[in-house]
Design a binder for this molecule. Structure first.
Ligand code: F3S
Length: 282
């Protein structure tokens, strides 16, 4: 079987930077409790490995408020302004590994909302990155992911509206919503904040999926960027499967296939991609 692995598969720059930093902190501060606010990445293996090294995941603001001391890592998704305020107290050290591309969106939203623009984020309102972005707006901000969300926007004609995107959002869907919003008569300022890493991974996945008999998408089941990769690949190649680790790969799946493509979401370690590739070639 011929196996083609996407060059852009796996950790993006922001996730690699965040994960490496947590491992560095573990090395440097074995004497202090280390927490991450939410799992550092959508990958159970990595999160479990860190847990074994003493890194605990904090899931709620309540838990954050209850901390008396320790190091709190803010992951690449970023957080709202009020979380920084909450952590700004004696005994707590903050390690901020928010991806610089997400930080840029925070700055845009802060500045534009101060300048009187209403903020629209094209993305999933429940995603932590979007919740963080919303938390930098100085007026109520709105996430749009469906036509219904669009219809609920409470803006009046000619109102100033700034549109940004969740970094991992699908480019075509972003364009679709921007086009619809632009017909509503607002005074819009569109900033495409989709991260290139995601776009490049999607373009390459589509291109490979169009040339193979079977496609394997690797990633955590809660990872939205992996789910999107799967959607894109499935459209090009019906025989696309979604796995989390090499154990999920059923060898009978690929028995009759001559050429198989592999891609992986932003939170998938290289080690897993290599294991899948090896299994396919064995
Ligand atoms: Fe950052 Fe882009 Fe990754 S925004 S976290 S480099 S997907």
């Amino acid at each position: 079987m011929e196996v083609v692995v996407a060059k852009s598969a796996g950790f993006c720059f922001g996730v690699k930077r965040a994960v490496d930093r947590v491992y560095e902190e573990v090395e440097k501060h074995s004497d202090q409790p280390i927490y991450t606010f939410g799992p550092i990445i959508h990958n159970e293996e990595v999160v479990c490995d860190l847990e074994e090294k003493g890194v605990q995941v904090i899931d709620s603001e309540e838990e954050l408020k209850g901390l008396e001391k320790g190091i709190v890592v803010i992951r690449s998704h970023g957080v709202s302004r009020n979380i920084y305020e909450l952590l700004n107290r004696p005994g707590i050290q903050v390690i901020d590994v928010t991806c610089p591309f997400v930080k840029k969106i925070h700055r845009i939203v802060d500045e534009q909302s101060k300048a009187g623009y209403r903020i629209v984020i094209i993305g999933n309102a429940k995603h932590p990155e979007v919740q963080g972005i919303i938390g930098w707006s100085n007026s109520e901000a709105f996430a749009v992911e469906t036509d219904e969300d669009l219809d609920r926007l409470p803006f009046f004609e000619k109102e100033k509206v700034c549109i940004v995107s969740q970094t991992t959002f699908n480019y075509k869907k972003f364009q679709y919503f921007v086009e619809k919003i632009s017909k509503k008569g607002y005074d819009i300022n569109v900033l495409n904040t989709i991260c290139n890493a995601t776009h490049e991974r999607q373009v390459e996945a589509k291109q490979i999926a169009g040339q193979v008999d079977g496609m394997i998408v690797i990633g955590g089941k809660h990872s939205s960027n992996t789910q999107k990769l799967f959607e894109i690949c499935k459209k090009e190649c019906y025989n696309t499967c979604y796995i989390q680790t090499v154990e999920d790969l059923d060898l009978s799946w690929g028995e009759s296939l001559k050429k198989v493509g592999i891609t992986a979401g932003a939170s998938t370690p290289n080690k897993i991609i290599e294991e899948v590739q090896t299994k396919c070639q064995s």
